[in-house]
Design a protein around this ligand. Sequence first.
Ligand SMILES: *[C@@H]1O[C@H](CO)[C@@H](O)[C@H](O)[C@H]1NC(C)=O
Ligand SMILES: *[C@@H]1O[C@H](CO)[C@@H](O)[C@H](O)[C@H]1NC(C)=O
Ligand SMILES: *[C@@H]1O[C@H](CO)[C@@H](O)[C@H](O)[C@H]1NC(C)=O
Ligand SMILES: *[C@@H]1O[C@H](CO)[C@@H](O)[C@H](O)[C@H]1NC(C)=O
Ligand SMILES: *[C@@H]1O[C@H](CO)[C@@H](O)[C@H](O)[C@H]1NC(C)=O
Length: 322
Amino acid sequence: MVITKHILTLIVVAAFRVSGVESKACPPLGAVLPPPRQPGKEAVVIAAVQSLGALFEKITSRYNASAVSIGVQSIHEDTPLVDLHYTPPVRNKNGTANVTAETVYRIGSCTKIFTVLSLLQQSNIRWDEPVTTYLPELRHNQAQGTEIEAVRWDYVTIGSLASHLSGIGRDLAFDLANFPTFPAEKMGLPPLDKKSRANHCSGLGNTTVCTTQGNWRSDGALLRVLRVLTASYLDVLNNMPLRHPQYAPYTTPLYSNVGITLLGLVVEKATNQSLDQLLKEKIFFPAGMQETSLNEPPVPDQEGFIPAGDPTWFTKTGIFAS
Ligand SMILES: *[C@@H]1O[C@H](CO)[C@@H](O)[C@H](O)[C@H]1NC(C)=O
Ligand SMILES: *[C@@H]1O[C@H](CO)[C@@H](O)[C@H](O)[C@H]1NC(C)=O
Ligand SMILES: *[C@@H]1O[C@H](CO)[C@@H](O)[C@H](O)[C@H]1NC(C)=O
Ligand SMILES: *[C@@H]1O[C@H](CO)[C@@H](O)[C@H](O)[C@H]1NC(C)=O
Ligand SMILES: *[C@@H]1O[C@H](CO)[C@@H](O)[C@H](O)[C@H]1NC(C)=O
């Protein structure tokens, strides 16, 4: 989960300004037209922007509790083409009362593109390398069993993680045994022992936050995190029920929060830098997004829009921030 302002601007700007990505540009088929240098002066663009503004007002005026910001800016111009914001009447008063281009939102999931963008900037990481090149701990934790029963980590490539083709399950959080209050026996299931309930981090609900806890390279915390991460898939050591792979790599797309998290750890390992620092230095700051980070936001947060009654603003996402 990244805290960001102006999600649309940021995606558009980031996609075009990051030099590591430009050098690998893959031109579209057909004629490559020169870029529009002054789109803000084109009548057709001006008309489209006006009509978008009217539509924005019509739609957002019905929103009681949702803030909306849309920004679009050409890299060739200083002024945004689109700069639309809506502040709803119902909101947590600990946040801003006036949503603007400077407002910080807390967003998740589409932030994965930044983790992948950061990977693309590391020319020394090859997409066809196995994840175990950077995280050999995964191999050390390799479970026994057929490929139906156990993840073959040596076949899980960096590219498969980046493209949601690794076959690694989506999350750790939605194992109901994760939640201390899950009434297994009342639901006719075998009693959950302490081990089954413990050790599954996710950060959601009352579960433990998965973190790398500072300098994980020297104090072994990474290993601990990976044990916890992989425990859900292949924990033979604790003789817990085996979590099977969902698919073999490159079989079918499978959206995976865990996969992108592993990718973030790969980038950290390859660069010896925290993902937060890398994203800031190489993507957010060059794009003018000074307030954007992986950090948990402060409370009260005069810069942030906090939705009323939303518990996720305060969630600690740990390594799942990627
Ligand atoms: C928005 O809030 C007003 C005033 O509290 C209420 O009358 C209306 O039903 C709400 N609309 C929606 C869509 O919740
Ligand atoms: C606002 O923040 C204060 C201090 O952290 C907290 O005690 C209070 O419950 C918050 N209010 C809301 C509506 O979340
Ligand atoms: C909100 O902020 C914008 C930009 O700073 C400013 O133009 C506008 O007057 C502010 N609106 C309110 C209601 O404070
Ligand atoms: C988290 O713990 C609180 C207090 O024990 C409890 O009320 C709540 O239901 C728990 N949430 C989940 C998702 O288990
Ligand atoms: C990684 O960074 C730390 C400090 O940030 C430094 O002490 C260490 O030598 C670096 N390791 C490598 C392999 O560059």
